[in-house]
Design a protein around this ligand. Structure first.
Ligand code: NAD
Length: 337
């Protein structure tokens, strides 16, 4: 049994709290939002986001960050990505040196182009920062639906420690040393999910979505490899695995926002309708800036930026993608003749 704290009590933080409590750990679930903590304590249920799933008794729910961060074996960052830095700044006085921390949020800070592990490394004194990602909708994990994820850490010992804490018969955890590859796959797939949703909203078919997903992972891999990620990671759970689930699922808020944009909503109207943070919008800007910085062609990310931020009609963006110059599928593959 370990003492685990989860910062962020939205869908994912709560689903992981339930998983870890069922694994026998002593779990503290923190939120900055008093109304959220009150609702969770009153109903022992995330009634808005995970209706019908009760929280086990061995979860303490609090707004007290000191209680949440002191003397923990593991701290899980599960706030939405725009709040990772501010939460780390609030938590740092209570976090010990070499604290093992695992980030489960997905995003890139658009103002700095930092990944979320970069942020935690900057803000937390000498913490041992890991990431956990993969095709894992909170709604399904909270119902014990079989799920697989990957943990990326700097050392094998930390990766194995986190693997042991999360692993259950229904939640299978793999390990990897490729933190940057895991993070880039997990965040930029949200941009491709916006594109997949737009294609659905425009009334296109499965062929179009498969094309966006396949060419999407190709451009994520190009950028990721230029930034130090490994090709295998982009073919793995946090790469193509998460891309598939996000582009096809009814649970994906990024795909839903894209769908509404395809139906003619503006970006802001779509975000209002979805009512939760659409992280792909932030990651789109960051991914495009990273593509320019590393001189990597990312045509889908580029077109999504034009649609989101320059009011380019979605149909025109699709036409422009299809009428680009002729290309080889993979320029590294050589002809025999
Ligand atoms: N929902 C999923 O299925 C899922 C699965 C894997 C990863 N993730 C990732 O986990 C992260 C959280 O997702 P979610 O679905 O739980 O989001 P959510 O919108 O349900 O919850 C976000 C939570 O962030 C916290 N928060 C809100 N404002 C805050 C602030 N100003 N400062 C600090 N904390 C604040 C609150 O506890 C809120 O409930 C995201 O990065 C998401 O991509 C989500």
């Amino acid at each position: 049994m370990n003492k685990v704290s989860i910062l962020g009590a939205g869908s994912w933080g709560t689903a992981l709290a339930i998983l870890l409590a069922n694994n026998g750990h002593e779990v503290t679930l923190w939120s900055i939002l008093e109304a959220e903590v009150e609702m969770l304590n009153t109903h022992r249920e995330q009634i808005d986001k995970l209706p019908g799933v009760k929280l086990p008794a061995n979860i303490t729910i609090t707004t007290d960050l000191e209680v949440s961060c002191k003397d923990k074996d593991l701290i899980v960052f599960a706030v939405a990505s725009p709040y990772v830095r501010s939460t780390a700044k609030l938590a740092v006085p209570f976090i010990k040196e070499n604290q093992i921390v695992v980030n489960v949020a997905k995003g890139i800070e658009d103002s700095t182009l930092d990944t979320l592990s970069d942020i935690l490394n900057e803000e937390l004194n000498n913490a041992d920062v890991a990431v956990l990602s993969g095709p894992s909708h909170a709604e399904e994990v909270s119902h014990g639906i079989p799920t697989t994820v990957v943990v990326g850490a700097q050392s094998k010992a930390t990766a194995y420690f986190i693997q042991d804490i999360f692993m259950s018969e229904k939640f299978r955890v793999y390990t990897s040393p490729d933190i940057i590859g895991i993070e880039l796959g997990g965040s930029i797939k949200n941009v491709i999910a916006l594109a997949a949703g737009i294609a659905d909203g425009l009334g296109f078919g499965d062929n179009t979505k498969a094309a966006l997903m396949t060419r999407g992972i190709a451009e994520i891999s190009r950028l990721g490899i230029a930034m130090g990620g490994k090709i295998e990671t982009f073919a793995g759970l946090s790469g193509v695995g998460d891309l598939i689930v996000t582009c096809t699922s009814k649970h994906s808020r990024n795909r839903t926002a894209g769908y509404l944009i395809g139906k003619g909503y503006t970006m802001n109207e779509a975000m209002d309708e979805v009512k939760q943070i659409v992280e792909g919008v932030y990651s789109a800007k960051a991914a495009y800036a990273l593509a320019k910085k590393h001189d990597i062609p990312m045509p889908i990310v580029e077109q999504i930026n034009l649609v989101l931020f320059e009011n380019k009609p979605a149909k025109e963006a699709v036409d422009d993608l299809l009428t680009r110059d002729k290309r080889r599928e993979y320029s590294d593959l050589k002809w025999n003749k």
